[in-house]
Design a protein. Structure first.
Lengths: 312, 152
């Protein structure tokens, strides 16, 4: 596909066919705010997932394009000082939900929806993000993101839940492809087909985590680049909200599966996949996630520089 | 070649385990899967048991990492043994939240805690009420200070 359409065209796209599936009251927000009508993406450049443990380092990152905060980790009435400071500097901050369970067949918890919406409001966020996943069922918490079956039934659930979430928001939602160690026997669609269908049915943008694409592909004995190309063949670049990059490793697992740990360095193979993605979707915003095993600031700085280089 | 040394396959639909599939609503099937992953229930039919086992380990490791943030002294005192100690306590037991999950490890190891780790446990006990049955509840501030002063 060619260059992403200009702002007015994009708004028209957002009002297009996919919105037919939305419930009344659902959002028809353009990905582009009215303050930036000629930019192809809601945020720009290279970003970092803000975490309290690395707040000092994040504050010193030069040319920081944007940030993410874990929505469940902050109090909307009083966000952390470091996040407030970033907003004061004009750095966009995206609330990233991890426990809404948008792929769960049980009803969304209204308090969790309200929390994410309140975060978006207080941060003046250009969009919010969550996952194509469920995290609880039958009264039990899984403790992490679990894959949904790639079926029409799961698409119905996601569409309903995203509509309920979007009804509380004034900004778009981006949904992230997760790293999954297993697939459901119920699957009817490939992952690229499913991601495209999720976008069509929910109207949400895709949060394309290249490390998760890599993890899923190698753990399914597929070529990550082929899978990424299939996704990009089916999901137009202007439906990508932004991109995640994170570290992982196979060394933690006796079975040899690659784990998306967010506590290891970003492998060269993932950086190579990012470079390929950016070739096909120029200018796509990219964010580094790190959730533990924090290295010295200089190591993080070098990793971010490598990401910026790959994303040029 | 994949990092595992296998050749890439051309079909994208691998990862399936041939066999019967569960019936029931999606909510019921999701509940059965969560129960198998965190609460010791049998694997639902049709899933690859090797992969579910890997997911089970990954979930425990993730929980251990989060509990370590609530129990930094305890986790540091165990060092590389933290993940194994956590898994020994929590394999097959559903998540109770990072504070409670770590607390269960501390209680199980109470007799062998280092002095610093024991102090961390006393500090939690002064601030929260937790007997291992219901989730920890904050004690009232004055009571917490009294307990803390008496124990220090």
């Amino acid at each position: 596909m060619g260059a992403p359409p200009a702002g007015e065209d994009r708004a028209a796209v957002d009002r297009g066919g996919s919105t037919a599936d939305r419930r009344p009251g659902g959002p028809v927000a353009s990905v582009r705010g009215t303050d930036a009508p000629d930019r192809p993406f809601a945020v720009d450049g290279v970003g970092v997932g803000w975490r309290p443990e690395i707040a000092g380092w994040v504050a010193d990152v030069s040319d920081l394009g944007f940030c993410e905060v874990i929505a469940e980790s902050i109090a909307p009435a009083g966000p952390p000082r470091g996040v407030v400071d970033l907003r004061a500097r004009g750095v966009p901050v995206i609330p990233h939900g991890i426990r809404l369970s948008l792929g769960g067949a049980e009803p969304l918890e209204p308090a969790r929806v309200a929390q994410l919406a309140a975060c978006a409001d207080v941060l003046g966020a250009p969009l919010v993000s969550e996952h194509i996943a469920f995290v609880r069922a039958g009264g039990r918490e899984a403790g992490h993101l679990l894959p949904v079956p790639r079926t029409r039934e799961a698409l119905d659930v996601l569409a309903g839940n995203v509509a309920r979430l979007s009804a509380e928001l004034t900004v778009p939602v981006a949904l992230e492809v997760i790293a999954a160690l297993f697939d459901w026997p119920d699957d009817e669609l490939t992952e690229p087909e499913f991601l495209a269908a999720v976008g069509d049915r929910t109207g949400a943008l895709l949060l394309l985590d290249v490390a998760n694409v890599y993890a899923n592909a190698v753990n399914r004995a597929q070529d990550p680049r082929v899978v990424l190309d299939e996704i990009l063949d089916l999901v137009p670049a202007d439906r990508i909200g932004y991109v995640h990059v994170a570290g992982g490793s196979a060394r933690h697992d006796e079975a040899g599966y690659y784990h998306d740990t967010h506590t290891d360095p970003v492998p060269d193979a993932v950086l190579g996949l990012l470079a390929h993605l950016v070739e096909r979707a120029p200018g796509v915003p990219v964010l580094l996630e790190r959730d533990g095993g924090y290295p010295p600031a200089a190591v993080l700085t070098a990793e971010l520089a490598a990401i910026a280089e790959a994303a040029r | 070649m994949t990092p595992h040394g296998e050749s890439y396959v051309s079909t994208p639909r691998v990862g399936h385990f041939d066999g019967p599939r569960a019936s029931g609503t999606l909510a019921e099937r999701q509940a059965a899967l969560v129960a198998a992953l965190v609460a010791g229930a049998p694997d639902p039919p049709g899933f690859d048991p090797t992969r579910l086992a890997a997911a089970r380990r990954a979930l425990l490791r993730k929980r251990a990492g989060e509990a370590a943030k609530h129990w930094p002294v305890l986790a540091a005192s165990l060092g590389p043994r933290w993940s194994a100690a956590f898994a020994a306590q929590h394999a097959g037991r559903e998540p109770g939240g990072a504070l409670r999950d770590g607390w269960d490890v501390a209680r199980a190891l109470r007799a062998e805690l280092t002095a610093d780790a024991a102090r961390e446990l006393r500090d939690r006990e002064a601030r929260w009420r937790y007997a291992g049955v219901r989730p920890p509840r904050p004690r009232r501030l004055r009571a917490a200070l009294r307990t803390l002063a008496a124990r220090r």
